[in-house]
Design a binder for this molecule. Structure first.
Ligand SMILES: O=C(O)CCC(=O)C1=CC=C[C@@H](O)[C@@H]1C(=O)O
Ligand SMILES: [Mg+2]
Length: 382
């Protein structure tokens, strides 16, 4: 994975935007009372992972998951905990639509596997293809990326939309070269996080404009891991913002950020999964369904990347995830199924300790502590 260069984030906020400022934060004991740590095998290596651990918990409003990636520190994990507590204690925001269009997600698989991966998201008219795979030499990586994207274009057929995600793996020069070659194959809906930081994205856009290469840019890590999630749009470095519910602190924070992006910057959003279990995907679907406008397919069809899940996976039909599927999952998690997926006791202890530490971080912004900051009002770096 490329090293993140966005700087230290502001403290995670509690309570979520729009909620009573006195909304209490549950104790660690309450959070852990009905928690199970699960260890899920992936069907296809993704983000350098073959397994996904998650702490699944249940509160008065229903099930939620806490699954910050293992290398994230407690400050970052506190954002994910805010999202989990919101889901389990407050429930999702009310929906404005009955289904959410989704894209197929294509990991850095061999070209010959692309069509089968896309077929796991039935009816999808958009595919997101991972490019710039870490550890692969640039020349080989570009050749493989071109083949993989071409295979995805062919699998989608006429009218299909292609996006690529480099996870910040390109320098501006490499990104210009790669996107010029990819654009020569056909239109790209956007390139997600082609370069690691805002300066790189700005430099890339200048290069693309000078070369007359028409590829919109989407920001992902520059939103979800940045000190100021709006810095990238203020720098006019992104045409689209990718919003993920757990790292942004929950569905209400996503809605507030999306509204600010629309109103003040005219930037549309895509709600995407954080390689969530079915419970987390359901929260993503509920957040996306509460958005007044949704111009792009959402990256929420990642359930098929998991070989086993905490509930029967949400079923994509005609390229969309119905809100009813999300509600089915949130209502129907079976604790007996969770036990069958339980991680070994030492991992369960590790996650319980992590939850306690993340809660201590989150408690600093809770009612008894200092006033909460929200993603939309976090101060900019300087
Ligand atoms: O957006 C999608 O199609 C699926 C989600 C997805 O790509 C990701 C989920 C989790 C971790 C990330 O590396 C990755 C992403 O960068 O967007
Ligand atoms: Mg991304």
């Amino acid at each position: 994975m490329p090293t993140w260069t966005g700087g230290t984030r502001a403290p995670a906020p509690w309570p979520p935007p729009g909620c009573d400022p006195a909304t209490p934060l549950p104790t660690a004991q309450e959070l852990l009372a009905r928690a199970v740590v699960v260890d899920l095998p992936l069907r296809t290596r993704f983000r350098g992972l073959d397994r996904r651990e998650a702490l699944v918990l249940r509160g008065p409003a229903g099930w939620a998951e806490l699954a910050p990636f293992l290398e994230y520190d407690d400050e970052e994990a506190a954002w994910w905990l805010a999202a989990a507590v919101e889901a389990a204690w407050l429930g999702p925001p009310p929906p404005l639509r009955t289904e959410v269009p989704v894209n197929a997600t294509v990991p850095a698989v061999p070209t010959g596997d692309v069509a089968a991966v896309i077929a796991r998201t039935p009816g999808a008219r958009t595919a997101k293809v991972k490019v710039a795979e870490p550890g692969v030499p640039p020349a080989r990586s570009l050749a493989e990326d071109l083949d993989r994207v071409a295979a995805a274009r062919e699998a989608l057929g006429a009218g299909g939309r292609l996006r690529v995600d480099a996870n910040g793996g390109w320098s501006p020069e490499q990104a210009e070269r790669a996107l010029t070659a990819l654009r020569a194959q056909g239109p790209l809906e956007y390139a997600e996080q082609p370069c690691a930081d805002v300066a790189g994205l700005v430099a890339l856009r200048a290069r693309l404009a000078a070369a007359g290469v028409d590829v919109p840019v989407a920001a992902d890590e520059s939103v979800r891991r940045a000190q100021d999630p709006l810095a990238v749009v203020r720098a006019r470095a992104a045409d689209v913002a990718v919003l993920k519910v757990p790292p942004l602190g929950g569905g209400r924070a996503v809605l507030a950020l999306a509204e600010l992006l629309r109103r003040e910057h005219g930037v549309p959003v895509v709600v995407s999964s954080a390689l969530d279990t079915a419970v987390g995907i359901a929260a993503g679907v509920r957040a996306a369904a509460a958005l007044p406008g949704l111009a792009h397919a959402c990256g929420l069809a990642t359930g098929s990347l998991l070989a086993r899940d905490v509930a029967p996976p949400l079923v994509v039909s005609a390229g969309a995830l119905p809100v009813a599927e999300a509600d089915r999952v949130l209502a129907g998690v079976d604790p007996a199924d969770l036990e069958a997926l339980a991680a070994p006791p030492d991992r369960a202890r590790w996650w319980a300790d992590r939850l306690r530490r993340a809660r201590s971080v989150l408690a600093r912004s809770a009612p008894a502590g200092r006033p909460a900051h929200h993603p939309t009002t976090r101060p900019s770096p300087g």
